[in-house]
Design a protein around this ligand. Structure first.
Ligand code: SF4
Length: 411
């Protein structure tokens, strides 16, 4: 057995389907850099991040359009979504209305305790956890002044003050980060924090910069703490495509023996009101059949051809259901249509060919008319299912009314 690091005991919280703390595997997070209001672009990036190893993805919720878009994104995301809130507590309430699985609040920029408590009460009612995200660059001014700057003690005090506000409304479903761009500062802050709390900790070196320096700084901070047993979830903050962040996070955990190495990488959509097939059953059958062959590719199992090929265009190969058929797609382009009953067998066959021949060759060998057939089925489904099979319009309307009329969202 290779040596492994003893982990500090923390309490468990649940971010959607992902457990954080309490001995759960250390999870990888990343953040989209699309405009959240761009629903399709953001979902495609979320899928790319999930494919690169992200277990949880954060999206900014910085205005009405972003909050409304989150209501459309959440039911179609393959991983839990955290809404990143800056300054406006009302956007946190709107994000809860949108159905996000976690909120990230920065104590340095939502200052009024009553606002923090309002958000916590609402999150509690919905069973949604909160990350207290302290940041050395935007520390509460009074705390920074008292400590003579953003010291480790100042970062820990800021987190503890926020925890106390949340405790006043009996809210403890919390994970905490105390990030800084200086790895030495961040390491010491997390060490101190882990001595005074058993809440799960989210590790990160903020604004680490572009690779390779950014990778080195982030790894110095995160790996040091993980080797001491500190940390339950991690994020690399790189000035780069966020797919690199997710990949780096995953690789670090594998290198430290904290996560298993991935061979075949199978991703599946969460299944929503558009699903045309039992996604879980198809994904399980595909996993079993493909794992035997141990092919080094990423495969996506998607519930519908309306959105599946677009959402999972970062996958090497995928299958999307619709009207009794399976639509095989390579890098988002439909290249074969098969009866639904043959979906898994066709997927395995195509996976073997893809590995043997490569993406370009398989795209060149696409069945004539497959893309058009998929497009026809897509149009039929849109006709049948309408624009809103997930019934998100009601949420969007509520968010819009509350944020534009000045009332409190959700109340
Ligand atoms: S059923 Fe379709 S729209 Fe719904 S999550 Fe799956 S691929 Fe996306």
């Amino acid at each position: 057995m290779p040596p492994s690091f003893a982990r500090r005991a923390t309490r468990a919280i649940q971010v959607g389907s992902v457990a954080v703390g309490g001995g759960a595997p250390v999870s990888v997070q990343s953040m989209t850099i699309t405009k959240t209001a761009d629903v399709e672009g953001t979902l495609a990036q979320i899928y790319a991040l999930a494919g690169a190893g992200a277990d949880i993805v954060r999206c900014t919720c910085n205005d009405v359009d972003a909050a409304e878009a989150l209501a459309r994104i959440v039911p179609r995301s393959p991983v839990p979504i955290v809404a990143d809130i800056h300054f406006q507590y009302r956007l946190a309430l709107a994000a809860l209305d949108a159905g996000v699985q976690c909120l990230r609040l920065n104590p340095g920029n939502i200052r009024k305790p009553e606002h923090v408590k309002t958000v916590a009460s609402e999150a509690k009612a919905r069973g949604v956890p909160i990350r207290i995200g302290v940041n050395a660059g935007s520390l509460d001014p009074d705390i920074a002044e008292r400590h003579g700057g953003a010291t480790p003690e100042a970062l820990v005090e800021s987190a503890q003050r926020e925890l106390a506000y949340l405790a006043e409304v009996d809210f403890s479903d919390v994970k905490i980060s105390v990030k800084a761009s200086n790895p030495a500062l961040m390491i010491e802050a997390y060490r101190q924090l882990s001595e005074v709390t058993d809440h799960p900790l989210h590790l990160g070196v903020t604004e680490a910069g572009p690779p390779p320096q950014g990778l080195i700084k982030a790894t110095a901070g995160i790996a040091t703490l993980l080797s001491e047993g500190i940390g339950d979830t991690i994020r690399y903050s790189l000035t780069a495509d966020p797919v690199e962040e997710a990949r780096a996070g995953r690789q670090l955990l594998e290198a430290l023996g904290l996560r298993e190495r991935k061979g075949l990488d199978l991703i599946a959509c969460p299944s929503c009101g558009r699903a045309e097939v039992d996604v879980i059953a198809v994904a399980k059958a595909a996993q079993a059949a493909l794992e035997e062959r141990n092919l080094p590719i990423q495969v996506a199992v998607m519930g519908c051809v309306v959105n599946g090929p677009g959402e999972a265009k970062s996958a090497d190969l995928g299958i999307a259901a619709g009207r009794g058929k399976g639509h095989l797609f390579v890098r988002g382009q439909v290249e074969r249509v098969v009866p639904e009953a043959d979906m898994v067998a066709a997927l395995v066959d195509e996976a073997e060919r893809l590995v043997a021949e490569g993406v370009e060759a398989r795209l060149a060998a696409a069945d004539a008319g497959a893309a058009e057939e998929a497009e026809r089925t897509r149009a039929e489904l849109l006709d049948l299912q309408g624009d809103d099979p997930n019934a998100v319009e009601q949420r969007v309307k509520l968010i819009h009314q509350d944020l534009t009329a000045g009332t409190e969202p959700g109340r």
